[in-house]
Design a protein around this ligand. Structure first.
Ligand code: ADP
Ligand code: MG
Length: 699
C-alpha cells in the first residue's frame, strides 16, 4: 500500500506529465497520497445554494449559483472597482465587487458563464452584493446538482485551469482512482484508537471527503481526517516531550541567599502573584535533575524581566552561570543596564555581548565568562557564537523568544552541558495554538499586572482631528510626561516609509519647538540609535519619533502617550506590543491610533479590537480569528506545520482529543513497536519523526 501511495501522480489515469507539473507547483500534489488528500475546498448542494430572493445581510457566508450577465469597471470616488452582475435560475440578480485584482478577475469571467460565488452579503440600496467573493466556474455541476448530489469543488487557479485541471476533471481523476484502487487503501490508525474516538474508518473517510453521499457523511469524514492530521502532530510533540523529560540537567539547590536578597532587599516592589508562581515553577523544575524547558507567557508589562533575574540568581546560588538572550541590541542593553543596577548591591557584575561593542570590551567579557568571573551574560544572538564559552553555564534565558528563528534557539540550547531553558514571550497565544506550538514545553502563564497599573486608554483618530491630538500631546509634555510617535516601516516600501518618519520628525520638531524631539529608525548606526534611546530613557528627549524598532521590550515608565501613525497598516499583535511601551507606571497612559479612511475590513477589525480591549490574551484570540493560524506567526518562523484540513482556531475540541490519543499511545507503546501500530509507525517515521523539522523543540 505504501508503495502505491508514493507513486507519482503523473501515472494516474487522466493526469500525465504537464498536469502533474502544474499540480505539484500550484498545490504541492506530487504523489497518489497527495492526490487523495487534495481535499475539496467547498461543496455545492441544493440545500446550501441560496436563491437571490432569499438573501439577507448576515455575518455568515452564503453561496449563490447563476449566470454572469454583465461585467464592468466602475470609476468610483476613491478607487475603481469591478462589478459583476450574476443572475440565478429564478431570475434574481445580485452584484459581486472587486477592488483588488480587477484585471485578473475581469479576464477570468465570460458573460453567459455559470458560476458559484461564495461570500458575505451586504445590501447597498436595492442590490445585494458580495465583496471579493470566492468563486468557482461551473461546468456540469448544474446537472449534477439537479440530481441531488453533493458536488465537490477543488482549489484551482489560473495555471491549473490552463492545463484543464478544473473541478470537473479533478473529480473524474479522483473518481477513477477510487474505482480502480480504492480497495488497496488500508487503515493507519489502530483499532483501539478508531473505536475509542468513534472515528470513521480511514478508507471510507477518504472516499467520502471527495464524494459524500450526505452532509452527515461529509461531516464524519471531515472529523476523521482532521483528527488524523492533528493526531500525528501531537504524537510528534508527545514523543519529544517524552524524550526531553529524560534529559539530565544541572540540579539546583533550594533558593539561596542571592535569590532571597534580590527578591527581598534589592527589588523596590513586591512580586506579583503571577511572578511568584512563575518563579516557583522554575525552582521546582530546576531541582529535579532533569532539564527544564519552560515558557513564561506574559502580557507586555507583566514583569517578566524580574522573573528572569531571580532565576539567574537562583542559578548562581547553585554555582552556575546564566545567559540572557534578547532579540535586539536596544533590548540587550536595557537588560544589561537593569542587571547592573540589580546586581550591584549584591556585588556581582554582568557582562554584555553585542555585535557593535569594541574588540577590547568584547574580549574582556569573553574572558570573564570563560573564567567564571562573571555570573551572567546578556546579549543579542552574539551570545551564541562559537567563541563564547562559559565556565559553567546552567541556565539559558531567551527573551521575546518568538522573535528568534528556531535554529538560533536550538544553538542556544546546545551550549554547555544541557542548561535549563527558560523562554519568555510577550505574545500571548490562544490555548489551541499553544497546545500545538508549545506542545512539548511547560508553560507558566503570567496573567496579572503589577499593582496600580491603569489600563491604557486607547482611541482612534482620523486626520481631521490631528490638531486636537497635538493639543493633547502639548498638555502631556507640559506636565513633564514623555511621548512616542511611531511610524510603520515595512520592507516593501521601506524608503517611502522612512521618508514618512523623517518628515513627521521635522513637522513635530516645528510644532513642539519648546521640547526636545528625537528620531530613531532601523537604518541608523546602532550607537547613534542607542544614544538617542538612552537620552529618551533619561528624560532628555521629550518626544521620540520612531519606526517600529521600539516595538519589543523597551521600558520607559515616564512615557505615557503613544501615537501610532497609519495604524491601519500594522498587524494587531504588533499594535498591542507597541501599546505595551506605555502604561508602565501608575500614571494614566494613552494610545492614539491615527488612521486614514481607507481601511480594509480586516484593518477595521484590528483597530476595533485595540480600542475595546487591553488584554493581550483576548487580543491574540482576535488576531488568530482575523488572520487564521497559518499567518499568525508566519509558518516558517514558528515551525507550525501546514494544515490541510484542520483549523487550529476552529477545531480546538478535535485537537484536544488528538492530544489525549497521542499521549495514551505514547504511554502504551512509546516506541510504536506493537504489531497493531505497524502501519501507524511507517507513516509516522516517514513524515514526522524528522529532526530537521526541529519543530517547537525549544519553543
Ligand atoms: P515585560 O513583561 O513586558 O518584559 P518588564 O519586565 O519590562 O515587563 O516590566 C515592566 C515594568 O514593570 C518595569 O518597569 C518593571 O520594573 C516593573 N515591575 C516588574 N514587576 C513589578 C512588580 N511586581 N511591581 C511593580 N512594578 C513591577
Ligand atoms: Mg520584556
Amino acid at each position: 500500500m505504501e508503495e502505491f501511495l508514493e507513486q507519482s501522480v503523473r501515472y494516474v489515469k487522466g493526469v500525465g506529465e504537464k498536469r502533474a507539473e502544474v499540480w505539484a507547483e500550484s498545490h504541492g500534489v506530487r504523489t497518489v497520497r497527495d492526490l487523495l488528500h487534495f481535499y475539496p475546498r467547498r461543496y455545492l448542494d441544493r440545500t446550501t445554494v441560496t436563491a437571490v430572493r432569499n438573501l439577507e445581510e448576515s455575518s455568515d457566508s452564503v453561496t449563490v449559483v447563476g449566470e454572469v450577465v454583465s461585467k464592468s469597471v466602475v470609476p468610483g470616488k476613491s478607487q475603481k472597482r469591478l462589478e459583476l452582475v450574476v443572475q440565478d435560475d429564478n431570475g434574481g440578480r445580485m452584484k459581486c465587487t472587486w477592488f483588488q485584482g480587477i484585471w485578473w478577475v475581469q479576464k477570468a469571467f465570460e458573460e453567459g458563464e455559470r458560476v458559484a460565488v461564495h461570500g458575505k452579503v451586504q445590501r447597498y440600496g436595492r442590490w445585494f452584493s458580495m465583496t471579493h467573493p470566492d468563486f468557482d466556474k461551473l461546468n456540469d455541476e448544474g446537472a449534477l446538482l439537479d440530481t441531488g448530489r453533493i458536488v465537490p469543488l477543488y482549489p484551482g487557479g489560473e495555471a491549473m485551469e490552463k492545463v484543464g485541471l478544473t473541478s470537473r476533471s479533478i473529480r473524474r481523476i479522483i473518481y477513477n482512482l477510487f474505482k480502480e484502487h480504492g480497495l488497496k487503501l488500508g487503515e493507519m490508525l489502530p483499532e483501539w484508537l478508531v473505536g475509542s474516538h468513534d472515528l470513521m474508518e480511514g478508507r471510507v473517510a477518504l472516499r467520502a471527503i471527495h464524494f459524500p453521499k450526505s452532509i452527515d457523511e461529509r461531516r464524519r469524514a471531515t472529523e476523521r481526517l482532521k483528527f488524523e492530521e492533528l493526531f500525528f502532530i501531537q504524537l510528534m510533540l508527545a514523543q519529544m516531550r517524552n524524550e526531553r523529560e529524560k534529559i539530565a540537567g544541572p540540579e539546583f539547590a533550594e533558593p539561596g541567599t542571592y535569590t532571597k536578597e534580590f527578591v527581598r532587599e534589592v527589588l523596590p516592589f513586591e512580586l506579583t502573584g503571577a511572578q511568584k508562581r512563575a518563579l516557583n515553577d522554575v525552582f521546582v523544575d530546576t531541582s529535579t535533575g532533569y532539564q527544564m524547558n519552560r515558557l513564561v507567557q506574559g502580557d507586555v508589562g507583566s514583569g517578566k524581566t524580574v522573573v528572569a533575574v531571580a532565576a539567574m540568581m537562583h542559578a548562581f546560588d547553585s554555582g552556575y552561570q546564566s545567559a540572557f538572550m534578547a532579540p535586539t541590541e536596544i533590548l540587550a542593553e536595557q537588560h544589561y543596564a537593569n542587571l547592573r543596577k540589580y546586581l550591584q548591591p549584591l556585588d556581582l557584575e554582568p557582562r554584555l555581548l553585542i555585535g557593535s561593542q569594541t574588540k577590547s570590551e568584547r574580549e574582556e567579557a569573553l574572558r570573564a565568562l570563560r573564567t567564571g568571573a562573571s555570573p551572567v551574560a546578556v546579549g543579542t544572538h552574539a551570545i551564541i557564537q562559537d567563541e563564547v564559552e562559559f565556565e559553567n553555564l546552567g541556565l539559558a534565558i531567551v527573551d521575546e523568544q518568538h522573535r528568534f528563528g528556531v535554529a538560533q534557539r536550538a544553538t542556544m540550547f546546545e551550549k554547555g552541558e544541557q542548561p535549563h531553558m527558560l523562554l519568555m514571550t510577550a505574545t500571548p497565544i490562544p490555548r489551541s495554538l499553544a497546545m500545538t506550538l508549545y506542545g512539548d514545553l511547560d508553560v507558566s502563564k503570567m496573567d496579572e499586572m503589577p499593582a496600580g497599573r491603569k489600563p491604557v486608554n486607547t482611541v482612534l483618530r482620523s486626520e481631521k482631528r490631528r490638531g486636537e491630538v497635538y493639543a493633547f500631546l502639548d498638555r502631556k509634555l507640559e506636565d513633564g510626561q514623555q511621548v512616542y510617535v511611531v511610524y510603520p516601516l515595512v520592507e516593501e516600501s521601506e524608503k517611502m516609509d522612512l521618508k514618512d518618519a523623517e518628515s513627521g520628525y521635522e513637522t513635530l520638531q516645528e510644532t513642539f519647538s519648546d521640547y526636545t524631539v528625537g528620531l530613531v529608525h532601523g537604518q541608523m548606526k546602532s550607537d547613534a540609535k542607542d544614544a538617542t534611546m538612552r537620552r529618551f530613557k533619561e528624560g532628555e528627549i521629550d518626544l521620540l519619533v520612531s519606526t517600529t524598532v521600539i516595538e519589543v521590550g523597551v521600558d520607559v515608565p515616564n512615557a505615557t502617550v503613544m501615537v501610532i501613525e497609519h495604524a491601519e497598516r500594522f498587524g494587531l499583535s504588533q499594535l498591542h506590543q507597541l501599546r505595551g511601551r506605555v502604561g508602565r507606571s501608575d500614571q494614566q497612559s494613552h494610545c492614539v491610533l491615527m488612521a486614514g479612511y481607507k481601511r480594509s475590513a480586516e484593518a477595521k477589525e484590528r483597530l476595533e479590537a485595540m480600542v475595546t480591549t487591553n488584554d493581550g490574551f483576548e487580543i491574540s484570540e482576535r488576531d488568530l480569528q482575523i488572520r487564521g493560524a497559518g499567518d499568525f506567526f508566519g509558518t516558517r518562523q514558528s515551525g507550525l506545520p501546514d494544515l490541510k484540513i484542520a483549523d487550529i482556531t476552529e477545531d480546538e475540541g478535535i485537537l484536544e482529543e488528538a492530544r489525549d490519543a497521542a499521549m495514551s499511545l505514547v504511554n502504551r507503546d512509546p516506541h510504536l513497536r506493537a504489531d497493531e501500530h505497524a502501519a501507524l509507525r511507517t507513516h509516522y517515521q516517514r513524515y514526522y519523526d524528522n529532526r530537521s523539522l526541529d519543530f517547537a523543540r525549544v519553543g
